[in-house]
Design a protein around this ligand. Structure first.
Ligand SMILES: [Mg+2]
Length: 323
């Protein structure tokens, strides 16, 4: 089925079905690991990111509530992880040796749900049940949704949880890696720094934190609420390797993940400089869209700006099957 602007204007339900043309990966994981991107692979990742942006906006609009800003800013990070970095198996979400991903900024779950759906953890059509009673896709992440590792929403806990998960992997002698995505606003929480101190003390080099540095928390700019700078220097002082990247650049993100994986004796934090509301002009850098759904008219404008009609001709990535 081919996307068109006229069709987009019909209804959110019609539009999301178009996503069914994307590949259903089956028993697959970790294509090509951390190898450099070919131009074709880079284009594929961009197409996936565009489809994820489309679908997270659709599900928020359908629900009439949700958090678009921080979902849009994290898209490249999530797509990098789930389509290039993580060893995981969508058909066996509890596979004991899977890499763990913890979304600490649990309110940004529409982005995660869209990525999990595109990766085959559950049907894309489930996105339309977002925030509905009895749906497994609630307004903040909860354990029970396939692929979700931690119930979240109360901010500041994800890095502590991830540190524990990573240490458990060491005790259990499993080779998995653990990734935690934090919002910059939640770095105001003291518990984040307790976790930072602990992870460095225990030399948890299988742990990678990513901070979605979009410089907005809730309805204000982080610099107004609580100045985080010099942010990188703080992490470094706590004993972490610090990598700062453009959080919308796949090559930069993937390079940082590769460097994190090669780091021994200390955890790594990737400070991903992003734009809240990335990809939609009236949401970009606009605190109003932290936790507000677009109207149907705004959705149509957003979809036009994202250029989702360009999804025509989508080509699946080359996957590597599980042994
Ligand atoms: Mg933020």
């Amino acid at each position: 089925m081919v996307a068109s602007t006229s069709r987009m204007a019909v209804s959110t339900s019609d539009v999301i079905i178009l996503s069914a043309t994307l590949p259903s990966p089956g028993i697959l994981f970790s294509p090509n690991g951390l190898a450099p991107l070919t131009p074709r692979e880079h284009q594929d990742l961009k197409r996936i990111a565009r489809a994820v942006r489309r679908d997270l906006l659709l599900c928020i609009t359908e629900a009439g509530s949700g958090h678009p800003g921080g979902s849009l800013s994290e898209v490249e990070t999530l797509v990098s992880l789930y389509f290039r970095v993580l060893r995981h198996n969508p058909r066996h979400p509890q596979w004991p040796d899977r890499d763990r991903f913890i979304l600490s900024k649990g309110h940004a779950c529409p982005g995660l749900y869209a990525v999990l759906a595109h990766r085959g953890y559950f049907p894309l059509q489930d996105l339309l049940t977002f925030r509905k009673i009895d749906s497994h896709l609630q307004g903040h992440t909860r354990v029970g949704t396939p692929g979700v590792e931690m119930s979240a929403g109360s901010l500041g806990h994800g890095l502590s949880f991830a540190t524990g998960v990573a240490l458990a992997g060491r005790v259990d002698r499993r080779g998995y890696r653990t990734y935690a995505l934090l919002g910059d606003g939640e770095c105001d929480e003291g518990q984040v720094w307790e976790a930072a101190m602990s992870a460095a003390h225990y030399k948890v080099d299988t742990l990678t934190a990513i901070v979605d540095r979009n410089r907005i928390q809730n309805d204000r700019f982080t610099s107004e609420v609580m100045e985080l700078e010099p942010f990188a220097a703080k992490w470094k002082a706590f004993g972490w390797r610090v990598l700062t990247v453009n959080g919308h650049s796949f090559p930069q993100l993937l390079n940082a993940f590769a460097r994190a994986q090669a780091t021994q004796g200390r955890p790594t934090v990737i400070i991903a400089n992003t734009i809240k509301g990335k990809g939609v002009s009236f949401m970009e850098n606009n605190p109003d869209f932290h936790g507000k759904a677009p109207t149907k008219a705004q959705l149509e404008q957003a979809l036009r700006e994202l250029g989702v009609a360009a999804e025509e001709g989508y080509q699946p990535l080359t996957w590597e099957r599980m042994p």
